[in-house]
Write a protein that binds this ligand. Structure first.
Ligand code: FAD
Ligand code: SF4
Ligand code: SF4
Length: 475
């Protein structure tokens, strides 16, 4: 591009020919590689001669950001983004900030008292506008320019805001153990979920049986719902070790047994936790199968030996699953969901916080199961992308090689609307045709093959350009 600019040519009148990966690196015979390179170059020249000049259309942007969800991930995103020249609208559907983390009796050792400190910082930050008991009702727009409608409280008061980006931090739900008959979970006997035990530990009275007595034996069952969900939640083994420690602190003589199939302890400090649990006398029993009746645990060890053991109390670690709102929000924001039902990222490794809707980011457990530290890191990663792309006072240059619809050929059949994953095409009902929003289109060409009337044309990928390139390369 800069070569074109230096010679006063339009910067888009170029074509890159990859003779390194496509020729020299894959063909040992130098003669043959040269012949192939020459044909590629001929094809490229032929194509570039048919390219037309393209012009960038800089767009004004709004640097403000909407963060949906006031858990640790949403709070971290809001605090990382707020500043003198950037407001953050933090929207939480419940009456309090903190999400699941606020119900925990304590985080894993080494994670500190992070939640309450973040809540305090949010309250003190004058660039963050907090909306509690609020939901997002409507969203239209694209990176740099979103128009959003919020609905708050019982009287459904509406507020309209405009932002340049949206961070989704709506967290996750928990697998309902009652859905599987393996755990005989009704919520009324001495079988509890890990979250309800966390809540009891954070109260003044600690963990007690329904009779008011402290339990003298407890079974901690890992991986509840893992088979049904078909993925590992990655965090339960660590926090079950934490809970084992809390039980031992409460009553050192308590008999704690953890039933697990595979231990997932990926973090740096996890081995320390495992060793500490063993040293405290926690029994770790690896099983290939486990089921519960009342508080009797039937299990099969890895060598096939079957056994049964009775406990005063059973604690289940349910899988983290997509939150109840995921589908509705995915629809509202035009963001796809992955095969597990969480929001789908652009790329697992290179862009795990971005989505196919440019300007919409997913962080924390809305993206998939993870702990507090990773949730915060995702939040900071999304903030990094927004801070570098939405710079106050600067304009945004959208993709130039976009698709256009030739009005005269379009019958308004709507095929192209269905295939555009970026939601870049809309229907203009008054004219009976479809229209591409050039600010949203990425020029991916997906829609191109879907048009029965030949009305779609992706700039720099027109039929004539492609035919001429192939023709010349094969000559
Ligand atoms: C029993 C248990 C113990 C755990 N122990 C630990 C631990 O010791 N250490 C650790 O690192 N991790 C632990 N975790 C994991 C930790 O809870 C999560 O990593 C963390 O809560 C993720 O934060 P988040 O902000 O992504 O989601 P959440 O905490 O779930 O917050 C999401 C927020 O979004 C709000 N929301 C949802 N939908 C909407 C909507 N449509 N509009 C507006 N707001 C919405 C919710 O009300 C909530 O406030 C534990 C998890 C469980 C279940
Ligand atoms: S080229 Fe891709 S992004 Fe653009 S309208 Fe077609 S399908 Fe959508
Ligand atoms: S597929 Fe073609 S004819 Fe149908 S709406 Fe899209 S551009 Fe128009």
């Amino acid at each position: 591009m800069s070569v074109c600019e230096k010679t006063d040519l339009n910067p888009y009148l170029y074509r890159i020919i990859n003779i390194r990966e496509h020729c020299t690196w894959v063909i040992d015979d130098k003669e043959k590689a040269t012949v192939k390179a020459e044909s590629y170059i001929r094809g490229g020249i032929s194509r570039v001669l048919r390219q037309s000049e393209l012009f960038e259309k800089p767009l004004d942007i709004n640097p403000d950001v909407l963060v949906i969800g006031g858990g640790i991930a949403g709070m971290e995103a809001a605090l990382s983004l707020s500043g003198e020249d950037r407001r953050v609208f933090l929207v939480e559907k419940t009456a309090r900030l903190g999400g699941i983390s606020l119900d925990l009796s304590g985080l894993l050792p080494g994670q500190g008292e992070v939640i309450n400190k973040k809540i305090e910082s949010i309250m003190e930050d004058r660039n963050i506008r907090l909306f509690l008991n609020t939901r997002v009702e409507n969203v239209i727009g694209f990176l740099g320019n979103f128009e959003i409608e919020l609905v708050s409280g019982e009287d459904a008061e509406t507020t309209e805001i405009m932002t340049g980006a949206i961070v989704v931090a709506t967290g996750c739900g928990l697998f309902e153990p009652g859905k599987s008959d393996r755990y005989s979970y009704s919520g009324s006997d001495e079988v509890y979920t890990s979250l309800s035990i966390e809540k009891m530990f954070s109260g003044d009275e600690g963990v007690k049986l329904r009779s008011g007595k402290q339990p003298s034996s407890v079974a901690l069952i890992h991986c509840v719902g893992r088979e049904e969900k078909n993925y590992c939640s990655g965090i339960c083994c660590s926090y079950m070790m934490k809970l084992a420690g809390f039980f031992k602190n409460q009553s050192p003589d308590i008999q704690v047994t953890e039933f697990y199939r595979d231990l997932c302890l990926p973090q740096k400090d996890d081995q320390e936790r495992f060793t500490a649990a063993e040293a405290a006398g926690v029994t770790l029993t690896r099983v290939s199968d486990v089921s519960i009746k009342g508080t009797d645990v039937s299990f099969e060890r890895m060598d096939g030996e079957k056994n049964e053991q009775s406990f005063d109390m059973v604690v289940l670690a349910p899988a983290l699953e997509p939150s109840a709102d995921t589908e509705e929000l995915a629809d509202l924001l035009t963001v796809p969901m992955d095969e597990s039902g969480f929001f789908q990222e652009v790329h697992k490794m290179t862009n795990p916080v971005g989505t196919s809707t440019d300007g919409v980011f997913i962080v924390g457990t809305a993206h998939g199961p993870k702990g507090v530290s990773d949730s915060m890191q995702f939040a900071r990663a999304s903030a990094g992308q927004i801070l570098t792309r939405l710079i106050p006072g600067e304009k945004l240059i959208p993709e130039v090689k976009v698709t256009e619809i030739l009005e005269a050929y379009c019958t308004g059949c709507g095929n192209c609307l269905e295939v555009c994953v970026y939601g870049a095409i809309y229907s203009d009902d008054s004219r009976g045709i479809s229209v591409v929003n050039e600010a949203v289109c990425r020029g991916c060409g997906n829609c191109f093959g879907s048009c029965p009337s030949g009305a779609l044309r992706t700039k720099h990928f027109t039929n004539i350009q492609l035919y001429r390139e192939v023709d010349e390369a094969l000559r």
